[in-house]
Each structure stands twice: as structure tokens, then as C-alpha cells.
Design a protein around this ligand. Structure first.
Ligand code: AMP
Length: 282
């Protein structure tokens, strides 16, 4: 495995590849876990080389405190990727100044209605930051395929729109959510949860599962009320949104429709840690 920390070195590496070589790209913000590794493993299966970036992108944080305390564990991340034992993996870990060519700054993007709900509504400027950093990374890596987790389902749809707008031949591939045995979706932010909080955090999965099991027989508004009560009963929780939405357009739905693909989305704060998750309900 090779670790590259400068943009220029990555450009030289990319230019040195044979024209027909395929490159899989897995962008991450580090603090890697098995969900990230599943993306890298899939990328290795599909491509000649895999670039995995580790970069905590400042422009996608709407809250400077959240950015400051985001886990940064580069050495452990490199050690974890080395367990895959592959000389076809490149880790790209640039500085913000190098990647952004100076002071990090967001461009403004038009991703349409999918960017205005949920994460777009509650994290101002978040998807502009995501679009900006991914444009920089996509242009450097020039990937054949790029891999994203359904854990950030809305982001996956945004990235598909971004890739269309950039017009590169970069196939965006969505991969399933990796969970702990408890059901808790793996997340870098889980590192900030105590053992007790990790147990509490399984509420999100339990609620989504309950919704999935009952949505065809109980009206959505009643299920939603029930779910909101579950969060209200424990004062450590602050529910931000609990949404039933169309899986393609992300339009909010007030009723369940068996013949349409729908997903339930949750964002909630447990103490000072903000968690998101989602699940297909049909
Ligand atoms: P992050 O480092 O949180 O920005 O995530 C980097 C990539 O890993 C994104 O495409 C995420 O959607 C994906 N990812 C994060 N957590 C999981 C998970 N539990 N299962 C699958 N993919 C994940």
C-alpha cells in the first residue's frame, strides 16, 4: 500500500497509469471502520487500483465545534487498510491547504430538490461542501468507479447528480449499510459514544425496524407519533428529523405506498453526538 500526502504526487501517480487501467475511488473522512473497508474491498474487486482518500473536509461542516472534535486517526486508519494487504491501494491524505489550493471555500451547487430536505435542511451549506471537495477529488483521481455508502443515502443521490454535472465517466456505486451486531450503523462518530450510549443508540435501528414491520398495517402518522415518543421518553435524545421519503426523489411522504420505493430517515442527537441512519421500508 502506498500513502500519498500531496496533490502533485497523486497527479504524477495517476498520469503514470496505463490508459486502460481502471481506478476505484473511496472518499472518506477517516476514523475508518468495517463499513469503509467494505467499500474498499468492493472497489478492489472491480478495479485495477483503488484510491481511498482520508480527508476531514472543513467546508461540509456547518458547525466549527463539530469539525474540531471530528475523530482524526490517520495512523490507525493506515494500519487498518494495511490489513487488507494490497499493493493496489493508494491512500490519499492531503492537507486542506494543498487540496483547496489555499483557504478552503465552498462553491455553490444546484442539486435540485434532493438537497433541500433532511441533511440539506438541517446542515446549512453541507452539500455545497460535499460537492466542492468531491469535484476537487474526482478531478485529481479521475476514477472509473466511485463507491459510497447508503448510510449517507441522501449524499449518494447528491453525488450521482454531481457526477452527471461534471460529465466525467465516473460510475457512482452505492453500497449497503454496515451495522454492529446491535444494529447500530457503523460510523466514525460512534467513537465519541460511551459504551452505555452505544446501547442507547440502538434505539434508531429498533425504531426503523419497527416502522418497517408495521408500515403496511399502521398509518404513517401514528407510527411517526409512536417513534417520536420513543425518543422523547429518554431525555438524552434530541430527534432532529424522522422522515418517510420517496427513495428516488426524497420527497417527503405522508402515507405509505406499497408500490413505490420508500425509505425512512432519522437524524438524532444522543448527548453531543449527531447520528443519522436510514432504511428501505419496502
Ligand atoms: P465518511 O468517512 O463518514 O465520510 O464516510 C465515507 C464513506 O463511507 C461514505 O460513502 C459513507 O456513506 C460510507 N459509510 C460510512 N459509514 C458506513 C456504513 N456503516 N456502512 C457502509 N458505508 C458507510
Amino acid at each position: 500500500m502506498r500513502v500519498i500526502t500531496s496533490k502533485n504526487e497523486l497527479i504524477v501517480w495517476r498520469q503514470g497509469l496505463l490508459h486502460q487501467s481502471s481506478v476505484g475511488f473511496v472518499p472518506t473522512m477517516g476514523a475508518l471502520h468495517a463499513g469503509h473497508l467494505s467499500l474498499v474491498s468492493q472497489a478492489l474487486l472491480d478495479n485495477d487500483f483503488v484510491v481511498s482518500s482520508i480527508f476531514v473536509n472543513p467546508t461540509q461542516f456547518d458547525n466549527s465545534e463539530d469539525l474540531a472534535i471530528y475523530p482524526r486517526t490517520l495512523e490507525a486508519d493506515i494500519a487498518l487498510l494495511e490489513t487488507i494487504l494490497h499493493d493496489r491501494i493508494i491512500v490519499f491524505a492531503p492537507t486542506a491547504e494543498d487540496l483547496y489550493n489555499g483557504q478552503p471555500k465552498s462553491k455553490s451547487w444546484d442539486f435540485g430538490a434532493i438537497a433541500n430536505v433532511m441533511e440539506g435542511e438541517f446542515r446549512s451549506g453541507h452539500f455545497d461542501g460535499v460537492g466542492t471537495v468531491l469535484q476537487l477529488l474526482f478531478e485529481l483521481v479521475n476514477p472509473t468507479n466511485s463507491y459510497f455508502g447508503e448510510k449517507d443515502y441522501q449524499q449518494l443521490l447528491i453525488v450521482k447528480s454531481l457526477a452527471d454535472q461534471l460529465g466525467q465517466s465516473n460510475e457512482i456505486i452505492g453500497r449497503p449499510i454496515f451495522r454492529e451486531d446491535s444494529g447500530l450503523a457503523m460510523s466514525s462518530r460512534n467513537q465519541r459514544l460511551s459504551e452505555v450510549q452505544k446501547l442507547q443508540a440502538t434505539l434508531i435501528y429498533r425504531v426503523m425496524n419497527y416502522i418497517k414491520d408495521h408500515i403496511s398495517s399502521v398509518p404513517w402518522k401514528d407510527l411517526k407519533q409512536w417513534a417520536e415518543n420513543q425518543f422523547q421518553e429518554d431525555k438524552d435524545w434530541r430527534l432532529e428529523y424522522l422522515t418517510l421519503a420517496d427513495a428516488q426523489t426524497l420527497e417527503t411522504r405522508d402515507v405509505y405506498a406499497e408500490n413505490l420505493q420508500q425509505r425512512v430517515f432519522i437524524a438524532a442527537h444522543l448527548g453531543s453526538v449527531r447520528l443519522i441512519d436510514n432504511m428501505a421500508v419496502n
